[in-house]
Design a protein around this ligand. Structure first.
Ligand code: SF4
Ligand code: MSK
Length: 631
């Protein structure tokens, strides 16, 4: 930054963000940036992971420097408290993704029983493939019967009666041996989260190393369990993504249309809303009300789910959710769960926007609650869209503010669509990596965080990586950031190094592939496992890396941990709350190398993070005997 930027330019690199922040100030709307500033200085003990409120003998805190206490009332020291806190973050993250997966499995079970009339099996081929993986015979069975048996088998993965999760079989043999040797092979999805909560209760597991090992097991139960089930069942119910063109940023809202936004993570609600938005009756009602149509757009990951399967435009990522309302153009926001700021109801009061919550487990101040159930989802969705249409005429006097044009992108990448682009096998990708045309690949994933200039971490890191011939796979809010910056268009390959540019040109793909939502990080893992299997090696030997330049959520902690435990070295932007224990820091950033062949690194500067990733990838190439690549 030059020092001459306005406050808004320091807060976000996006034009729509800067302009809407200015309008928010004029409208006296408080945003996450204002509230972040009001929190300063944030608690140093908590930042270092040194405060504990697990029991009512506390709360306790450890003084890392001065004459203050070195132990909590129970005697827990800094290592135990930091490891326990980190373990609980992993448990919360894994629980969130995996519970999302469970909701989808329950819909699949209801589809099988004919009790979810708005839903159906849309990818029968994937249903059968998954059934085979679970050892379910499909011979002579109807789709619904297979769906029912698969849903039942997946529900078993959540329980405690198994010794290992079914889909671990996708990981390379060497990786599974590492997990067995360390005793971190996940047994049941709920079991590992439940056990983490047990271990971190006062007076249970007080060995910080043992706690961290279980943290990896807990995260693996998400990465190779709950999140993977969420992605796969979403494909079965709503279709496996294929490359699809769309548009992104607040410019996707339309002044002369009824604008409805869906926000959250689970496609169960948003897919039903999409269907309702396309209903001829509701479209003619919209025309009667003077609108040219109904414009559905997404926010965060439920938006990513609709974008990658249906090409529905994306309005913005995490820090844009409040600013989307500030446009004054949104008739209704329909939310499911995760990453929905409780402030949104308050922001909506300044405009005409109706806010609707839909999940019995996610309620918010200032929102009306309309619960979705698979049995009646279509009617609920139609009712809500009708109310949104009725709200079109109630926009506030000074009109709407949509000051930017949308940016084009190509979304819809996943293991299947990448293999299809490659002609059916990973061979051409492996050849390009071996020849050094593609130096390696990096998953750039995760959230926004007001501690980091909005989107700057994602976009700067990604630009540097593609310039260095490193293919980028993005998910979640990182993928949205890169799309807004124009990096997910085929034309963006002109910004890539010569090798990556050539490969992208030949395949007709962008240098940054939008790989979906937060749960879809597992697609990156499955692709890495496929490459490792094809090469007869382990994931940790591959020239790949992960990065979460602007992460904020507990889910991101679980994702980072299952990436590392699966052998992918991962760089974090914001520092996790672990610096109160040098032992924990050393284990996460060095010690894990011997255990799982990968580590965490922390680098808030995306330029330096890019150098770190390039060096790491070069190191992996050298170890595999692949040529050094000059750019
Ligand atoms: Fe304090 Fe120990 Fe209770 Fe934590 S578990 S609040 S350190 S007494
Ligand atoms: S929505 S978890 S802010 S990526 Fe998945 Fe974005 Fe992070 Fe939520």
């Amino acid at each position: 930054m030059s020092g001459n930027e306005s406050r808004f330019e320091r807060q976000t690199i996006t034009k729509d963000g800067q302009l809407l922040l200015r309008k928010a100030e004029t409208d006296q709307v408080e945003t996450a940036w204002d509230r972040h500033q009001a929190q300063a200085p944030q608690c140093g003990y908590c930042e270092m992971g040194l405060s504990c409120r697990i029991c009512s003998m506390g709360p306790c805190r450890i003084d890392p420097f001065g004459e203050g206490p070195r132990k909590g009332v129970c005697g827990a020291d800094a290592d135990i408290i930091v490891a326990r806190n980190l373990g609980r973050m992993i448990a919360a993250g894994a629980a969130s993704h995996s519970d999302h997966g469970r909701d989808l499995v329950e819909v699949l079970a209801k589809v099988a029983e004919g009790r979810a009339p708005g839903y159906a099996v849309r990818d029968a081929e994937k249903l059968k493939r998954l059934a085979a993986e679970y050892g379910i015979s499909t011979e002579g069975k109807t789709e619904n019967r297979i769906a029912g048996e698969l849903a039942h088998a997946m529900q078993e993965d959540y329980g405690t009666r198994k010794e290992r999760l079914q889909l671990l079989n996708r990981a390379p043999q060497k990786r599974r041996e590492i997990w067995d040797r360390l005793g971190i092979t996940p047994r049941g999805i709920d079991r590992e989260t439940s056990e983490m909560m047990h271990r971190t209760h006062m007076g249970v597991d007080n060995d910080w190393q043992s706690l961290l090992l279980h943290g990896m097991r807990n995260a693996l139960s998400d990465g190779w369990g709950g999140s993977l089930i969420a992605s796969e069942v979403s494909d079965i119910l709503f279709g496996t993504p294929k490359p699809v063109a769309s548009r992104v940023n607040l410019g996707v809202l339309k002044e002369d249309h009824v604008n409805i936004l869906v926000h959250g993570h689970n496609p169960i609600v948003s897919e039903a809303i999409l269907e309702a938005c396309q209903s001829p009756g509701l479209l003619s009602l919209a025309h009667e009300k003077g609108a040219k149509g109904i414009n559905l757009a997404g926010l965060c990951c439920t938006g990513n789910e609709l974008l990658m399967r249906k090409g529905i435009p994306m309005a913005g990522n995490h820090l844009m959710t409040e600013l989307a309302l500030v446009t004054g153009a949104v008739e209704m926001v329909i939310v499911d769960y995760q990453c929905i700021m409780p402030a949104l109801g308050e922001v909506a009061k300044c405009y005409h926007t109706r806010m609707i919550s839909t999940s019995d487990k996610a309620r918010f101040p200032g929102m009306e609650h309309r619960e979705f159930h698979p049995e009646s989802a279509s009617e609920t969705a139609r009712g809500l869209v009708e109310e949104a249409v009725e709200n079109y005429g109630r926009r506030y006097g000074n009109g709407v503010y949509l000051p930017v044009k949308p940016v084009e992108l190509l979304a819809g990448f996943c293991v299947e669509s990448v293999l299809e682009a490659l002609g059916g096998s990973p061979g051409p990708l492996i050849d390009a990596i071996k020849a050094g045309k593609i130096r390696g690949a990096a998953g750039v994933v995760g959230c926004n965080n007001p501690k980091i200039r909005h989107d700057h971490g994602h976009v700067t890191l990604t630009r540097r990586l593609i310039e260095n011939d490193i293919l980028v796979l993005g998910t979640g809010c990182a993928a949205v950031a890169n799309a807004k910056a124009g990096l997910e268009m085929v034309e963006a390959s002109r910004l890539a190094g010569p090798g990556l540019r050539e490969v992208c040109g030949a395949l007709g793909i962008p240098p940054v592939l939008h790989f979906g939502s937060c749960v879809d990080n597992v697609r990156i893992l499955v692709l890495a496992a496929g490459l490792a299997n094809a090469l007869g090696t382990d994931i940790s030997d591959l020239p790949v890396a992960g990065a979460a330049p602007e992460w904020y959520s507990e889910k991101a902690v679980a994702i980072g941990t299952y990436f590392v435990a699966s052998g992918v070295t991962t760089v974090l932007g914001p520092t996790p709350p672990v610096t109160g224990s040098l032992n924990v820091v050393k284990l996460l950033t060095e010690g894990l190398r011997d255990a799982v062949g990968a580590t965490f690194a922390v680098e808030p500067d995306p330029e330096k993070a890019a150098v770190f990733i390039r060096r790491h990838i070069e190191g992996r190439r050298e170890a595999l005997g692949l040529p050094f690549v000059k750019v």
